[in-house]
Write a protein that binds this ligand. Structure first.
Ligand code: ATP
Length: 617
C-alpha cells in the first residue's frame, strides 16, 4: 500500500501485537491521522476545486473566485501559520489535515459562482476529523485510546458520503470510494513495522519521555556564575514580557504569546544577559515537565528539539536527532527517525543564533529547509545585531519570514524586587530574606538603572553576598563595574591562597591579562566554546606565565572562570565556556582597557584580526 509510507525493502513480518497492545492502538491512530485523514480530505478538496487550473496556486484560485486579490496581511489573518504553504501549493499532495481544513472552510465561505450551497453538514464532518487530529497528536492519553480510531474511521466514511451528497456524485461512485477506504482501514489494522508511521508511533509513545529525562538532568538546576550557589531554574524563573516588532506599535505581550504569531518562525531578540537562553531553557523544562501537563501555549507540539548555535561538534540535523533519541536511533537509523519526526508537530528551538559558526549554520539551514512545509515551528533566539546582518539574509533564499519579539528590560522597581526576591529565597534557603531587596531599594535611581537586565540583577545578588558593605557606599554608576572584577579577584585569590608564595595581586593581574587576551581572540572569531585541546593550550600559557611557581595549578584558576560544558553525546569530549558570554566580553574589555592604559602597541591588530604587517599597510 503506497499510503502507509513503508520505509524500504520488503515488508518484515509484523510484530505479534494485539489490540490490547498500546503500540498498535497508537499506530492505528497515527496512520489514521497522518495518512488516511489527509487522503480523504484531499479527495474532497479535489472535488471542490474542479475548476482549478493546474498552474494555479490555492491562493490564486481563491482570488479568482473572490474577484480580487488578498493583501498579504489579509491572507495571513485568514490562513494563520498555514498561509505560506497555501500560498505556494498547487496540488494537495503535501497538505495535511490542518491546512486542508482551513482551505476547505475558507473556500466554502467564498462560495462558487452563483451556485447556492449548503455546506454546514460537510463542515461538521471536516471539523470532526480536525478535532480528532488535534486530540490524538497533542495528547498521548488520546493517542493510546482505541475508541479514537473507531471514531475516526466512522467519521471518515461519513465524510466521504457527505461529500458525495454535497457534490451530487452517483451512488456507485460514492460506494466505490467507501469500499476503497474500508479496505485501507483493514490494512491499517495490521501493523507494518517497516512503515514510517510505525516509527512515528514509537516517537509518539516514548520519544518525549526519553528526551524529557535528558533535558531535566541537564537543565533543572542553574549554577550561578560568580560563586558556587545553585538554584532550581524553574523556581527562580521570572516570566518575561516581550515586545512584538511586527506591529510597529510596540505591543507588549507575555512570552507565552509568541506562539500566536502567524509565521512559523519566531525570533526572540535581546541584548546580552536579557534572558534569551533562560527563556528557552524554561520552555524546554515546561514542555517536558512530568509532574504537570504541558501549558496551553505548548500543547500543540508533541516533540521538542533544542539546539544551541555555539555547538561546534554536531554537523547535521540527524546528529542532533541522534543526541535526543539515542536509543531509538540505534534501532532504526538517525535519518529514519528524523524522517518520522518531521511528520509530527515539532517545536525546534535554536538558541543563540548570534553565536552561529560554520558547522552550526549548516544545522540551522537544514532545520529551516526541512520544516517549512511541515507542521513544525521554529523558535530562534539571538542578540539583535544578528537579526538584520545574519539571520534575515540566511532565511531569505528559503523565502521564510518570521515574527520578531524583543525581550523587554526590567525597568520597574517592583519587577526588579520581585526578581531579586526569588533568587534571594533560593540562595539563602528562605532564611534572612529581605537583605538583598532592601539593599537594592536603598540605591539611587541612577545606580539602579544599571540593573535592568536579568544577568545584572543576578550579579547584584552575588555581589551582595560578598561585598554587602561596599554596596551601601555606591553613589554613581561608575562605582559598580569594578566590583564584579574584584569579586573574581577575590574568588581566585581564595583558591590560590596557601599554595602560592608570590604576591597574589600580581599573579591575578597576570591571569586576568592572559584570560582577557584569550577571551578577546575567541570573540574575534565568534567562538564561545573552548575545546579540550584549546584548553590545554590556555593552561600551558598560564603555566608559562607562572614559571617558578611549582605549586601553581592553572586548572584551579580556570575553574573559577570557566565552566565545563558536557556534550549531549557522552562519547564526545567536553568543551568549556566562560560562565556567561557577557563575562567573556567583560574580561576581553578589561584586557583592552589594560592594554590602552599600558600603551600596548600590539592591541589594535589583535582586535581587528589582521597581522601586524597588515596593520602597517
Ligand atoms: N527570566 C529569568 N528569570 C530568572 N533569571 C533569569 C531570567 N533571565 C535571565 N536570568 C538570569 O540571567 C542570566 C543570563 O541570562 P541568559 O543567559 O538567558 O541571557 P542571554 O540573553 O541568553 O545572554 P547572551 O546574549 O549574553 O547569551 C541567567 O544565567 C540567569 O541567571
Amino acid at each position: 500500500m503506497a499510503g502507509t509510507g513503508s520505509i524500504a525493502g520488503p515488508a518484515a513480518a509484523s510484530p505479534a501485537v494485539t489490540v490490547d497492545d498500546p503500540i498498535i492502538r497508537i499506530y492505528r491512530n497515527i496512520v489514521g491521522i497522518l495518512d488516511l485523514s489527509p487522503r480523504v480530505m484531499r479527495s474532497t478538496l479535489d472535488k471542490e476545486c474542479d475548476d482549478k487550473q493546474s498552474n494555479e496556486t490555492y491562493r490564486q484560485l481563491m482570488e479568482r473566485r473572490r474577484g480580487s486579490a488578498y493583501s498579504n496581511g489579509e491572507w495571513k489573518n485568514l490562513m494563520g501559520f498555514s498561509w505560506k504553504i497555501l500560498e505556494a501549493s498547487k496540488t494537495p499532495t503535501s497538505l495535511d489535515v490542518t491546512p486542508l481544513f482551513l482551505l476547505l472552510t475558507k473556500l466554502f465561505d467564498l462560495g462558487k459562482g452563483d451556485i447556492v450551497r449548503e455546506h454546514a453538514a460537510l463542515i461538521v464532518k471536516l471539523r470532526a476529523v480536525k478535532d480528532l487530529r488535534n486530540d490524538i497528536m497533542h495528547d498521548l492519553y488520546n493517542a493510546v485510546d482505541a475508541q479514537k480510531f473507531t471514531e475516526l474511521t466512522t467519521v471518515l466514511v461519513e465524510l466521504v458520503r457527505e461529500a458525495g451528497r454535497f457534490y451530487a456524485l452517483s451512488q456507485a461512485d460514492v460506494d466505490a470510494e467507501v469500499q476503497s477506504l474500508n479496505n485501507e482501514i483493514e490494512i491499517v489494522k495490521r501493523m507494518d513495522s517497516q512503515s514510517i508511521y510505525f516509527w512515528c508511533t514509537r516517537l509518539a509513545s516514548s520519544g518525549k519521555q526519553a528526551v524529557g529525562l535528558l533535558w531535566e538532568a541537564k537543565l533543572e538546576y542553574e549554577k550561578l556564575s560568580l560563586n558556587e550557589d545553585t538554584v532550581q531554574r524553574q523556581t527562580v524563573f521570572h516570566a518575561l514580557d516581550v515586545n512584538v516588532q511586527e506591529t510597529g506599535r510596540g505591543k507588549t505581550v507575555s512570552y507565552t504569546e509568541i506562539f500566536e504569531a502567524h509565521e512559523k518562525v519566531m525570533v526572540v531578540s535581546g541584548i546580552a544577559g536579557a534572558g534569551k537562553t533562560t527563556l528557552v531553557k524554561n520552555i524546554v523544562l515546561q514542555f517536558f515537565n512530568t509532574q504537570e501537563t504541558a501549558p496551553d501555549y505548548l500543547r500543540s507540539f508533541n516533540q521538542l528539539i533544542f539546539f544551541q548555535c555555539r555547538d561546534r561538534t554536531t554537523p547535521t540535523l540527524s546528529d542532533v536527532i541522534q543526541q535526543h533519541y539515542e536509543d531509538l536511533c540505534k534501532e532504526l537509523s538517525k535519518e529514519n527517525v528524523l524522517m518520522a519526526l518531521l511528520r509530527l508537530d515539532v517545536l525546534f528551538i535554536i538558541d543563540g543564533f548570534d553565536e552561529v559558526n560554520e558547522s552550526s549554520r549548516k544545522v540551522v539551514i537544514e532545520i529551516i529547509e526541512k520544516t517549512w512545509r511541515r507542521n513544525c515551528r521554529v523558535l530562534i533566539t539571538t542578540r539583535p545585531h544578528a537579526v538584520k546582518e545574519e539571520l534575515a539574509p540566511l532565511l531569505k533564499p528559503y523565502d521564510v519570514s518570521f515574527t520578531q519579539y524583543e525581550i523587554l528590560s526590567l525597568t520597574k522597581l517592583a519587577d526588579q524586587l520581585t526578581f531579586l526576591r526569588r533568587y534571594e529565597m533560593s540562595m539563602c534557603g528562605g532564611a534572612q530574606v529581605g537583605a538583598i531587596t532592601r539593599s537594592f531599594e536603598s540605591l539611587s535611581e541612577d545606580v539602579r538603572s544599571l540593573f535592568t537586565e536579568p544577568i545584572n540583577l543576578v550579579h547584584f545578588c552575588e555581589m551582595h553576598k560578598h561585598f554587602a558593605e561596599e554596596i551601601s557606599s555606591w553613589r554613581t554608576p561608575g562605582d559598580v563595574a569594578p566590583v564584579k572584577l574584584r569579586l573574581y579577584r577575590k574568588l581566585i585569590s581564595a583558591k590560590l591562597a596557601g599554595s602560592i608564595d608570590e604576591d597574589l595581586d600580581v599573579l591575578v593581574d597576570d591571569v586576568f591579562a592572559l584570560i582577557g587576551a584569550e577571551a578577546l581572540e575567541l570573540l574575534r572569531d565568534n567562538v564561545v566554546t573552548i575545546s579540550e585541546a584549546e584548553l590545554r593550550t590556555i593552561k600551558r600559557r598560564c603555566q608559562g606565565k607562572m614559571k617558578g611557581e611549582d605549586k601553581f595549578d592553572p586548572a584551579v584558576v580556570l575553574s573559577v572562570l570557566l565552566k565545563d560544558h558536557k556534550p549531549l553525546d557522552l562519547n564526545q569530549n567536553s568543551s568549556y565556556q566562560f560562565k556567561h558570554k557577557s563575562e567573556q566580553e567583560m574580561f576581553a574589555g578589561h584586557y583592552i582597557v589594560q592594554c590602552i592604559i599600558g600603551g600596548s602597541a600590539d592591541l589594535l591588530h589583535i582586535i581587528l584580526g589582521v597581522s601586524k604587517e597588515g596593520m602597517s599597510r
